[in-house]
Design a protein around this ligand. Structure first.
Ligand code: ADP
Length: 613
C-alpha cells in the first residue's frame, strides 16, 4: 500500500471522489427524470385517451332524446310524463349510466329515470346547476359534480332539446367514472384529474379525491355552496409542495403524509415528478405523479459506482505517482552514488598522482641514499683497508721478528751446509737443507696469511666455517701469542657452525678482538683468552673473553666510536672496533662489548647461520 506523502494529496483525492459521486448522482438523476418524463408523457396520453373515450361514449346520448317523440311531446305540450319516465328508466338501464332526466327551459325536472326511487329528483328545480345554463346557452353542457340528493359523484352531460319553436328543454345524463378510476388504481403511477377549480375529482388514490391542488378563497367556496357542486365537502388541500421545475411544465414535488396512509400499490408520499395536461373539450387537468424513489436509488447506485471508480483511479494514480517518485528517488540515489564514485575516483587519481610524485621523490631519495651508501661503502672499504694496513703495521714488528729469526737461522744453516759440503758430510748437509726448507715454508705461510689479510675482500656473503676462520686469525697472531705466552681456551660445539659472511673480513674482526684482548692483558704472566660459541635461532654467537681489567665506563660509552682509543700514540688508532662493528653489521650481525661478571671484558660477535644444504 503506497504511503501518503502529504495530507493535501489525500484531501484532493477525497475531493475528487466526492465530486465524482455528486456529479454521477446529479447526472443519474437528470437522466432518470428525463426517462421518467418520457414515460409520464406516455402515461398522460394513455390516461387522457381512456378518459375521453369513456366520456365520448355518452356524448351523443342526451342529444338523441330529441328523436324520441314522447320526450318532445312532454316538453312541448306537457304530454305523458309516466311514459317518458319509463322510457328514460329503460334507456338508463341499457346505457349503464347513473341517471337520465329531462328538464324544461325553467330547469324543472319533468321526467327522470329514477322516478321510482324515493330520492328521485322528479319535479325538482335544478336550474342552479351550471350544465343546465350552459346547455341553454351553448347547446351542450358538461359538469362534474356530486349529486344533490344521493351525494353520488358523477359526470353530467347535458344537451338542449329543440323543437320547431326553438329550445324546448334540456336532456341530462349522469355517468359514473368509478370504473375508470378503479382501472387507474392498478397502474404503476398515481394519476388524478382536477377540475377547473383545482379540486381533485378523479384519483387513483381514494384519499386524494376531493382535495384541492391550490388554495381556495372564500368567494369560490361560497359559489360552491350555491351550485352544490361538491355537495358541501370539506375540500382539504392535497399538500403538494413544488421543489424544482423541468421542461414541458414538469416539476418535482413533494407530497407529505397526511393522516394514516391509504393502502396502495405505489407510494403516495415522498418526491414525485408531476406532469399535467389539459383534457381536450373539458376544463380539466390530468396529472400523473411518477415517484422518484427508483430514480433516486438508481442515481445513488451510479454515484456509488462513480465514487468507487474515482477512488480506484485515485489509488491507481497514487500508486503510479509513488512508483514514479520511488524511481526518481532511486535515480537520484544512483546519480548521487555515481557522483560519489566519480569524486572518489578523482580523489584516488589525485592521491595516486601525489603518491606517484612522492614515489618519484622517494625513489630519488633512495637513489641518493644508495649513492651515498655506495660512497660510504667505498669510504668504509677504504677504512677497512686502512684498518688492515694499520693492523699490519701493528703486526709488522712481530712479523719482522718472526721473519728475522728464520732468516738468521737460514743464514746459519746455509753457512753450515756449505761447510758440511766442503767436509763431505752429506747427511748433515741434507738435514740442514731440510730444516731450511721447513723454515722457508714457515715464512711463506706467514707472508701468505699477511697477503690474505691485506687483500681487498669481495664483500659477498658466503658460508664460512667459523672454526677455520678462528684458526686463521690465531695463526696470524701466532707470533704475538707466543711472545706473550698467552693461552687460548676454545670451547666449541660438536658441529662446526657455518656463518654467512666474508671469510677475510671475519678474520679481520677476530684478529682485532683477539689483539685487543692481548693488549688488555699485557703484562700478565699467563694471559688467557676464552673463545666460546653457541648456536640458537638460526644465529651463532662467538664470545671472546679476556682476563684483563675490563672496559672502563668511558670505554663502554665510546667503544665503537671511530678514533676512540686509550692506547698510547703509535699503538692504537681507535679504528679497530668501529670497522669491526661495521663489517659485522654488513653481514646482518652485531657486535657487543661488556664486562664479564668474573672480571675481564667479553666481546660477543653474532652472525647469521648459513642455511643447511
Ligand atoms: P685501538 O685498539 O686502536 O685502541 P680499538 O677500537 O680496537 O682501537 O679499541 C678501542 C679502545 O677500546 C681501546 O683503546 C681500549 O681502551 C678499549 N678496549 C678494546 N678492547 C678491550 C679489552 N679487551 N679490554 C679493555 N679495553 C679494551
Amino acid at each position: 500500500m503506497p504511503r501518503f506523502r502529504s495530507l493535501p494529496l489525500l484531501f484532493v483525492c477525497l475531493l475528487l471522489v466526492g465530486l465524482s459521486g455528486f456529479s454521477a448522482y446529479r447526472i443519474g438523476q437528470r437522466l432518470g427524470i428525463a426517462d421518467l418524463q418520457a414515460t409520464g408523457l406516455h402515461r398522460l396520453d394513455l390516461y387522457a385517451t381512456s378518459l375521453e373515450r369513456e366520456i365520448g361514449k355518452y356524448a351523443f346520448l342526451p342529444g338523441t332524446l330529441s328523436l324520441a317523440p314522447e320526450v318532445i311531446d312532454l316538453l312541448a305540450s306537457g304530454g305523458d310524463g309516466a311514459r317518458v319516465n319509463a322510457y328514460l328508466e329503460k334507456l338508463n338501464e341499457r346505457a349503464g349510466t347513473l341517471s337520465i332526466y329531462v328538464m324544461d327551459t325553467q330547469g324543472k325536472v319533468l321526467a327522470t329515470s329514477n322516478w321510482r326511487r324515493p330520492d328521485s329528483f322528479l319535479g325538482e328545480d335544478l336550474s342552479f346547476r351550471p350544465y343546465f345554463r350552459e346547455a341553454l346557452e351553448n347547446g351542450n353542457g358538461r359538469f362534474f359534480g356530486i349529486g344533490t340528493t344521493r351525494g353520488e359523484p358523477g359526470y353530467y352531460l347535458a344537451s338542449a332539446l329543440t323543437g320547431d319553436n326553438g329550445t324546448l328543454g334540456v336532456a341530462v345524463i349522469k355517468v359514473s367514472l368509478e370504473q375508470l378510476e378503479k382501472s387507474w388504481t392498478t397502474v404503476e403511477a398515481p394519476v388524478l384529474v382536477a377540475d377547473e377549480n383545482g379540486v381533485v375529482i378523479l384519483s387513483a388514490v381514494s384519499g386524494w379525491k376531493f382535495t384541492t391542488l391550490r388554495p381556495l378563497d372564500e368567494a369560490t367556496r361560497a359559489a360552491f355552496d350555491h351550485t352544490q357542486q361538491y355537495n358541501r365537502r370539506a375540500l382539504q388541500p392535497l399538500g403538494i409542495k413544488p421543489l424544482a421545475d423541468y421542461d414541458h411544465g414538469a416539476r418535482v414535488v413533494r407530497i407529505a403524509a397526511s393522516g394514516p396512509e391509504t393502502v396502495s400499490v405505489y407510494p403516495v408520499t415522498g418526491r414525485f415528478l408531476e406532469q399535467s395536461r389539459t383534457l381536450p373539450g373539458t376544463p380539466w387537468t390530468l396529472t400523473v405523479l411518477s415517484h422518484l424513489e427508483q430514480v433516486d436509488s438508481l442515481a445513488q447506485s451510479r454515484a456509488a459506482l462513480a465514487a468507487i471508480a474515482a477512488a480506484c483511479l485515485c489509488l491507481l494514480g497514487i500508486i503510479l505517482n509513488e512508483r514514479r517518485r520511488h524511481l526518481r528517488d532511486r535515480l537520484a540515489a544512483r546519480e548521487a552514488l555515481q557522483q560519489a564514485h566519480d569524486e572518489l575516483e578523482r580523489k584516488v587519481e589525485e592521491r595516486t598522482a601525489d603518491l606517484s610524485a612522492a614515489n618519484r621523490q622517494l625513489q630519488d631519495e633512495i637513489g641518493e641514499r644508495i649513492r651515498a651508501e655506495r660512497t660510504l661503502r667505498a669510504a668504509q672499504d677504504e677504512l677497512v683497508q686502512a684498518g688492515k694496513l694499520a693492523v699490519i703495521g701493528q703486526l709488522s714488528t712481530g712479523i719482522a721478528h718472526e721473519l728475522n729469526q728464520p732468516l738468521a737461522a737460514l743464514r746459519t744453516l746455509s753457512a753450515n751446509a756449505e761447510r758440511f759440503l766442503e767436509r763431505g758430510d752429506v747427511d748433515t748437509t741434507r738435514t740442514n737443507l731440510g730444516r731450511i726448507a721447513d723454515l722457508v715454508d714457515r715464512m711463506g705461510r706467514i707472508t701468505g696469511q699477511l697477503r690474505n689479510f691485506a687483500r681487498k675482500s669481495s664483500g659477498q656473503s658466503a658460508p664460512v666455517a667459523l672454526c677455520h676462520a678462528v684458526d686463521n686469525a690465531l695463526a696470524l697472531l701466532d707470533a704475538r701469542l707466543r711472545r706473550a705466552s698467552a693461552e687460548v681456551a676454545r670451547s666449541c660445539p660438536v658441529d662446526e657452525p657455518v656463518a654467512l659472511c666474508d671469510a677475510n673480513r671475519l678474520e679481520q674482526v677476530l684478529v682485532n678482538l683477539i689483539g685487543n684482548a692481548l693488549d688488555a692483558m699485557a703484562g700478565q704472566p699467563r694471559p688467557c683468552i676464552d673463545l666460546a660459541w653457541e648456536c640458537a635461532d638460526g644465529r651463532v654467537r662467538l664470545h671472546v673473553r679476556d682476563h684483563g681489567p675490563g672496559l672502563s665506563a668511558e670505554a663502554q660509552a665510546h667503544l665503537f666510536e671511530p678514533f676512540f682509543t686509550t692506547k698510547p700514540a703509535g699503538d692504537g688508532l681507535g679504528l679497530g672496533l668501529t670497522i669491526s662493528a661495521g663489517i659485522v653489521r654488513d653481514f646482518g650481525g652485531s657486535l657487543h662489548g661488556a664486562n664479564h661478571p668474573d672480571g675481564g671484558a667479553v666481546f660477543t660477535l653474532e652472525l647469521p647461520l648459513a642455511p643447511t644444504p
